[in-house]
Design a protein around this ligand. Structure first.
Ligand code: ADP
Ligand code: ADP
Length: 230
């Protein structure tokens, strides 16, 4: 079933067009990689899809309903209940342990402490970092921190995870571990993932890939520059 759709998305910052008519579909449990060189519009697309930015033209549909025309308050509520986000730097709270960080969204949503901790431990286990449950971010490796951040993004059971260069700060091995675990979770829990990356080795984990080039989907599927004569 289709979770998220974009039709003809256009967005400019002043005179600079960042998106020039982008179409895409994301199905339940599907990992869609959005690739392309820096400045091609990946972050702008992610922000339009997640309702942070309103496109200038075109539409975003979530579960078949227009998302982009809803009020700021509605979109903000939807982001909390239905969407999860994971950035390049996980932004864990330094003063809290891994388990406390992961439990935080549940506590904020009104869940009891014991229940929230149980769910947090469960998600740390699922991401392969149960061993650092009571450790603070400063004492974890970058890869462990990102997997905790992923657990925190997923603990509320989002339907869509928006991941913006989630492996960007990790070495190759840590990046692969994160992607392997994210892929497994997405497929098991039917979570749709929009994965923004400029790394081919990361995009390789996706079920499908669209390449952006100057704000449009590249029909050749090649996001990067193709050398002249090559
Ligand atoms: P990517 O994520 O692929 O690097 P972005 O979506 O960040 O691409 O940027 C697309 C284009 O829009 C670039 O030309 C960038 O300079 C421009 N841009 C992005 N954000 C802003 C902004 N807040 N103000 C002005 N221009 C912006
Ligand atoms: P680019 O895709 O051009 O490398 P970034 O992804 O670094 O650009 O940033 C694009 C947008 O995403 C920026 O407007 C920034 O505010 C937001 N952003 C990037 N990283 C984070 C983060 N860790 N936390 C919150 N916002 C972020």
């Amino acid at each position: 079933m289709t979770l998220l759709q974009a039709r003809g998305l256009m967005k400019s910052y002043g005179p600079t067009p960042a998106l020039r008519g982008v179409d895409l579909d994301l199905a339940e449990g599907e990992i869609l990689a959005v690739t392309g060189p820096s400045g091609c519009g990946k972050s702008t697309l992610l922000h339009c899809l997640s309702g942070i930015l309103r496109p200038d033209a075109g539409e975003v549909l979530y579960g078949g309903q227009r998302l982009d025309t809803r009020s700021e308050a509605d979109r903000s509520r939807l982001r909390r209940t239905d969407f999860g986000v994971l950035f390049q730097f996980g932004q864990l709270v330094a003063e809290l342990t891994a388990a406390e960080n992961v439990a935080l969204p549940l506590l904020l949503a009104g869940q009891g402490r014991r229940e929230a901790r149980t769910a947090a431990l469960d998600w740390l286990e699922r991401l392969g970092v149960a061993d650092v449950a009571d450790v603070r971010p400063g004492e974890m490796s970058g890869g462990q921190q990102q997997r905790c951040a992923a657990a925190r993004a997923l603990v509320t059971g989002p339907k869509v995870l928006f991941a913006d260069e989630p492996t960007g700060a990790l070495d190759a091995l840590a990046g692969e571990r994160l992607m392997a675990q994210l892929t497994q979770v997405a497929h098991e829990r039917r979570t749709g993932v929009v994965l923004v990356t400029h790394e081919d080795s990361v995009a390789a984990y996706a079920d499908r890939e669209i390449a952006l080039r100057d704000g449009a989907v590249d029909p050749t599927g090649l996001g990067a520059d193709v050398p002249a004569g090559g």
